[in-house]
Design a protein around this ligand. Structure first.
Ligand SMILES: [Zn+2]
Length: 195
């Protein structure tokens, strides 16, 4: 296979090349100096890194460090939030088995967060980045683009909206004001409102 053969359909076990030609990437494995497809999908070669990869058909997102995900805050503990990971972002492909990840209080925002409950609430949808994928998934929402993208009023379950010059979260139904570590994507097309 050479770089011009991008998108060739391969099945698991197909020979993609040798370890001298290529670096084994996602969806491949190396055996005895040869690189094989591990998945049914399309092969591709990154010319810069000489990495060969197989992109699965109906790809099941593989969660890796650095990936962005959309999750729903399930529960707040004293020092961490438990998040159900729903989909990869921006593909919105659902993650099978909805694995759990955690956001430690030190990773929820830039700077010191005294109480996690001032930054997140159960039911919030968050855009987060994977800091560590194994053995457990650890997430951060610290950068400005990350954080809560949709949230409901803790009092009446209305959808919170940004309002006023300071762009505070306000419930249009009951007037309740709440605080979250919001993403710059809040209310955007990142995610549907939490159900
Ligand atoms: Zn309300």
């Amino acid at each position: 296979m050479n770089a011009s053969e991008r998108g060739r359909m391969v099945v698991p076990g197909d020979l993609l090349g040798t370890a001298e030609e290529f670096v084994p990437g996602r969806g491949t494995y190396e055996h005895d100096g040869r690189i094989f497809a591990a998945l049914l999908g399309h092969s591709s070669v990154d010319p810069a890194s000489r990495s060969v990869a197989v992109h699965a058909l109906h790809a099941v997102p593989v969660l890796d460090e650095g990936d962005l995900v959309i999750g729903r805050v399930d529960e707040l503990k004293s020092a961490m939030a438990i998040v159900e990971i729903l989909a990869a972002y921006p593909s919105h492909r659902t993650v099978p088995g909805t694995p759990e990840g955690t956001i430690h209080v030190s990773k929820v925002k830039d700077g010191y967060a005294e109480n996690l409950s001032d930054e997140l609430a159960a039911g919030d949808l968050v855009l987060a980045r994977i800091l560590q994928s194994r053995p457990s998934i650890k997430l951060t929402t610290a950068p400005p683009t990350l954080g809560v993208v949709a949230a409901r009023c803790q009092r009446c379950r209305g959808s919170l909206e940004l309002a006023g010059p300071r762009q505070e979260l306000v419930c249009p139904r009951c007037g309740n004001r709440e605080h979250r570590k919001i993403s710059t994507e809040f209310g955007g097309r990142t995610a549907p409102p939490p159900g």
